[in-house]
Design a protein around this ligand. Structure first.
Ligand code: FAD
Length: 315
């Protein structure tokens, strides 16, 4: 019996979320007195997962799996879970994982809980803490099925290096032909991705136009942050759609979220509420964001942001 983990990678490199799910699975494995087996698809350095708690890595190398395909990936995990007699399968809360996890749960006859934020308080009964009501509340949820699928919220548990080592085994499951492939349209850049970012600097319509985004990018660069934006900003074409965050955009679960010139509409907050510390910069003291924020500056972004960047550069 082991705990199985799906480790996401891009261009052969493990994503930060992959290291976090392995760290999380190790915490569960320690509680249950078992070990962690990771599944890696077309990833380089599969053995590096040992440093985060995996004992074994099932390495799938297949050129036909270049683009994410939920049905194919769910089939790989199902076969790995059965081979390893896994009672718990851990995935991240990325869009890809949220797509494949329900399919996998059906095939394994498992209960699936997403947006989990902590290691289980108990593994018998198996109870996990998850966010609910667009991150406004927490729920302790017991998974009663024999096999359990857990979706860990990104940036909730953290990456923990354990200094261990993992054996790597080639794994060649049978892969179904059908299924819809998903191709990322994000351009390859050196920038931090929103999903992996510990800090996100986000701009709204208060920035008046795309020509003013230089100060957002400069602040993000100083902080090593990803840049994001509100929905109207991407709808207006000021920023690419890949930066749109909120209920209908990408979810953000960063350690720090800085909102510049964003009013704090409920649909925006729904997607960023999981961030640990929220800071707002807005000229209007009545803007709803101030109620959701941990820190707020009532002021003109065009004055505040350059000064903030200057101060941070001096550190
Ligand atoms: P505005 O509401 O126009 O706010 C601009 C803010 O900037 C104001 O608070 C203003 O005081 C401030 N400001 C102006 N000048 C300055 C300055 N110089 N310095 C500092 N502050 C300044 N929105 C999302 O963001 N994400 C979503 O996923 C999303 N999904 C939606 C889904 C549905 C079904 C619907 C109906 C709406 C959705 N929206 C979403 C839109 C949402 O309701 C808001 O309209 C949107 O979030 C507002 O964007 P904003 O805050 O950038 O702009």
């Amino acid at each position: 019996m082991s705990i199985l983990v799906y480790t996401e990678s891009e261009n052969g490199k493990f994503k930060k979320a992959a290291l976090e799910v392995v760290s999380y699975a190790k915490a569960i494995a320690d509680q249950m007195g078992t070990s962690v087996t990771a599944v890696a698809v077309n990833a380089d350095n599969a053995d590096s997962l040992g440093n985060y708690g995996a004992s074994k890595v099932l390495s799938v190398k297949n050129d036909g799996l270049g683009k994410f395909n939920a049905k194919k990936y769910a089939a790989i995990l199902e076969q790995a879970a059965k081979q390893e007699d896994a009672k718990v399968v851990v995935v991240s809360s990325s869009a890809d994982s949220k797509y494949l996890a329900p399919l996998l749960a059906v095939e394994l006859d498992a209960g699936y809980v997403s947006n989990v934020v902590e290691a289980p308080s108990s593994t018998s009964p198996f109870t996990v803490k998850r966010t609910a009501f667009t991150n406004k509340a927490f729920a302790n949820t017991e998974i009663t099925t024999d096999v359990k699928v857990v979706g860990l919220s990104n940036n909730s548990f953290g990456v923990i290096e354990s200094g261990g080592s993992a054996s790597v085994e080639d794994f060649s499951p049978s892969i179904p032909e059908s299924g819809v492939s998903v191709e990322s349209i994000d351009k390859a850049t050196d920038k931090v991705s929103i999903a992996d970012a510990e800090i996100v600097v986000s701009g709204g319509r208060g920035l008046k136009g795309p020509e003013n985004w230089g100060m957002v990018e400069e602040l993000a660069e100083v902080l090593g942050a990803a840049t994001a934006c509100s929905k109207p900003v991407s709808d207006l074409g000021w920023r690419p759609h890949s930066e749109h965050v909120g209920q209908t955009g990408k979810p953000v679960a960063s350690n720090l979220y800085i909102a510049i010139g964003i009013s704090g509409a409920i649909q925006h907050l729904a997607g960023i509420n999981a961030s640990k510390v929220k800071v707002v910069i807005n000229t209007d003291a009545e803007a709803p964001f101030f109620k959701a924020a941990d820190y707020g500056v009532v002021g003109d972004a065009f004055e505040v942001v350059p000064k903030l960047t200057e101060k941070l550069k001096a550190f």
